[in-house]
Design a protein around this ligand. Structure first.
Ligand code: UD1
Ligand code: MG
Length: 482
C-alpha cells in the first residue's frame, strides 16, 4: 500500500531511565524486543523500506534485526526490506531523524517516522497518519495526537487560537500551569514528504531544557512558514512509550493481554494467569491452563491440553497431546496424542512419537521415541532411540556420557527394559529383547534375547530372625555397661 513510503524508526537512544546494560529497544515485551514491534508495524503497513536508526548498542540491535527480519526470520518475504542508519552520537530525536533520512532510498517520496519504544503500536495506527497526509491535501505534515487525563512526561500539543497545531513542547519545557494542563499529547508518529523532512530537520537548534535536537520542533517549523499540520486523533491505549522498567512491565501486560484475547477469540481456552508470548501458534479447541508459559516458536496442535505450570519454549506439540502439569519442553517435538508429564523435562532435540508416553520425573535429551513407546517413571533418556511400542521401566538410565564424549543408546521395537537398568552407551537392544530388572547393560542385546546382569538371589531360611535376636542382645549388653 505504501510502496513509495519509507518508515524511519528511531532506536539509537541509550534509554538511561531503564538503568540497564541492554539497549532499551532490545528489552523484551511478550518475548520480543521493543524494536521488533515497531519494525513489524511498518512492514505490515506496507512500507516499501524500513530504516532503523541505531547507535547505542548498535551491534546488538543490528544483529537482532538481521536475524528477526532476514530470510529465516518472522516472514521470509520481508528479507532485505529492513536497513539501518547510524547515529554516531545521541544528540536527540531530531538528530536521529536526520541520520535516518540519510539512509532513505532515493525513490522514496514519503517518510513515515516513529519511535522504536512504543510496542503496542500496530500497522493501522501508523498507516492512519500516512493516509491523513494524502487525504488532507493542504497539510505538509501529519502527526498523531492523543488526549488523556494525565499526559505527564509526554510532549504536549500546542494549538493557536484557531485550533491549528503550532508546536509540540516537551514536559520539561512547558512554561506555565496552563500549558501543563494541556491534555493533548504527542505519541510520536509523523508523516511528510521526504523533502519536508530534509528542510525541517536542517532547521533544528538544540535550544531546550535538555540541549538536544528535538524532532518535535519540525511542527513549529511547519507552522512557522504557514504550513498546515494535520493532527490525527489516535487511540492512547496503544501509544504508551516505554522509558523505564515500570512502563516496560505495563507494556508487557498489555501486549500479553492482546495476544491472549486474539487466541481466545479464535477458539482456544486459555485460563487466567497463563502467559502466551508473541509468535506462538495454537490450534482450535486447545486448552492452556493457568500458569502455563508458551514462548518462542512454540506450536500447539488442535485439541491439545497444556496443563498447569507447563513451560514450552520452541516446542512443537501435535494434535490431541496431553501435556500434564509442570512439564518443561524446550526445542522439542511431541507428536499427536502423545502424553507427557506431570513433571517431565524434554530437553532440546527430544522427539516423542505419536501416542507415546513420557511420565513423571522423566528427562529426555536428543532422544526419539517412536509411536506408542513408553517411559512412564523416573528415567534419563539421553542421545537415544526407543523403538515403536518399546517399554522403558522406572529408573532406567541411558549412560550416554563417558566424561569426554556422548554415545548413543538404541532400543528396538517392542523391547522391554526392566526397572532400574543402566544402558551403558554405545549400546543396542534388539527388537523384542528383554532386559531384566536391575541389569547394567554393557554389551549389545540381540533381538528377542533376554539380558540379565544381576547376582543370583539366595534365600537363607530363618536368618533374619536369628540376626534380629543377636543385634538386640548386643544393644542390651552395651546399655548395661553404661
Ligand atoms: C519523545 C518525544 C515526546 C513524545 C514521546 C512519546 C521528542 C523530543 N520527544 O520523548 O514528545 O511525547 O517521545 O513516547 O522527540 N532516540 C534516538 N537518538 C537519540 C535520542 C532518542 O534514536 O539521540 C530514540 C530512542 O531510542 C527512542 C526514541 O528515539 O526509541 C524516543 O526517544 P526517548 O528518549 O524515549 O523520547 P521521549 O522522552 O520518550
Ligand atoms: Mg520514549
Amino acid at each position: 500500500m505504501f510502496e513509495k513510503t519509507t518508515a524511519v524508526i528511531l532506536a539509537a537512544g541509550q534509554g538511561t531511565r531503564m538503568k540497564s546494560g541492554l539497549p532499551k529497544v532490545l528489552h523484551p515485551v511478550a518475548g520480543k524486543p521493543l524494536v521488533h514491534y515497531a519494525v513489524r508495524a511498518a512492514l505490515e503497513a506496507g512500507c516499501g523500506e524500513v530504516v532503523v536508526v541505531v547507535g547505542h548498542g548498535r551491534e546488538a540491535v543490528e544483529a537482532y534485526l538481521a536475524k528477526a527480519f532476514g530470510a529465516s526470520g518472522e516472514k521470509p518475504e520481508w528479507a532485505g526490506r529492513v536497513k539501518t542508519a547510524v547515529q554516531t552520537e545521541q544528540r536527540g530525536t531530531g538528530d536521529a531523524a536526520k541520520a535516518g533520512l540519510s539512509g532513505v532510498r532515493a525513490e522514496a517520496e514519503r517518510v513515515l517516522l516513529f519511535y522504536g519504544d512504543v510496542p503496542m503500536l500496530a500497522a493501522d495506527d501508523v498507516a492512519a497518519v500516512a493516509r491523513a497526509l494524502d487525504e488532507d491535501g493542504a497539510a505538509t505534515l501529519a502527526i498523531a495526537t492523543c488526549t488523556t487525563e494525565d499526559p505527564f512526561g509526554y510532549g504536549r500539543v500546542i494549538r493557536d487560537a484557531r485550533g491549528q497545531v503550532v508546536e509540540i513542547r516537551e514536559q520539561r519545557d512547558l512554561k506555565s500551569d496552563l500549558e501543563r494542563a494541556i491534555k493533548e499529547w504527542n505519541p510520536g508518529i509523523y508523516a511528510a514528504t521526504r523533502r519536508f523532512f530534509e528542510d525541517a530537520l536542517a532547521s533544528l537548534e538544540p535550544n531546550n531544557a535538555q540541549g538536544e535536537y528535538y524532532l518535535t520542533d519540525i511542527v513549529r517549523f511547519a507552522a512557522g512558514r504557514g504550513d498546515r499540520v494535520a493532527a490525527v486523533p489516535s487511540n492512547p491505549d496503544v501509544m504508551d512509550g516505554v522509558n523505564d522498567r515500570a512502563q516496560l512491565a505495563l507494556a508487557d501486560r498489555a501486549m500479553c493481554e492482546r495476544i491472549l484475547k486474539r487466541h481466545r477469540l479464535s477458539g482456544i481456552t486459555i485460563r487466567d494467569g497463563a502467559r502466551v508470548e508473541d509468535g506462538v501458534e495454537i490450534g482450535a479447541d486447545a486448552v492452556v491452563e493457568s500458569f502455563a508459559v508458551l514462548r518462542g516458536r512454540t506450536r500447539v496442535g488442535a485439541g491439545a491440553v497444556v496443563d498447569v505450570g507447563c513451560v514450552l519454549t520452541n516446542a512443537d506439540v501435535g494434535e490431541g497431546v496431553a501435556l500434564k502439569p509442570y512439564s518443561v519442553v524446550t526445542d522439542s517435538v511431541v507428536r499427536a496424542r502423545a502424553q507427557v508429564g506431570p513433571f517431565s523435562h524434554l530437553r532440546p532435540e527430544s522427539d516423542v512419537g505419536e501416542e507415546a508416553h513420557v511420565g513423571n520425573f522423566v528427562e529426555t535429551k536428543k532422544t526419539k521415541l517412536d509411536r506408542g513407546a513408553k517411559a512412564n517413571h523416573l528415567a534419563y533418556l539421553g542421545d537415544g532411540f526407543v523403538g515403536e511400542g518399546a517399554n522403558v521401566g522406572a529408573g532406567t538410565i541411558f549412560c550416554n556420557y563417558d566424561g569426554f564424549q556422548k554415545h548413543v543408546t538404541r532400543i528396538g521395537k517392542g523391547a522391554f527394559i526392566g526397572s532400574d537398568s543402566q544402558l551403558v552407551a554405545p549400546v543396542t537392544i534388539g527388537d523384542g529383547a528383554y532386559v531384566g530388572t536391575g541389569t547394567t547393560v554393557t554389551k549389545d542385546v540381540p533381538a528377542d534375547a533376554l539380558a540379565i546382569g544381576r547376582a543370583k538371589q539366595e534365600n537363607k531360611e530363618g536368618y533374619a530372625a536369628r540376626l534380629r535376636g543377636r543385634l538386640k542382645a548386643q544393644k542390651e549388653a552395651a546399655a548395661q555397661k553404661k
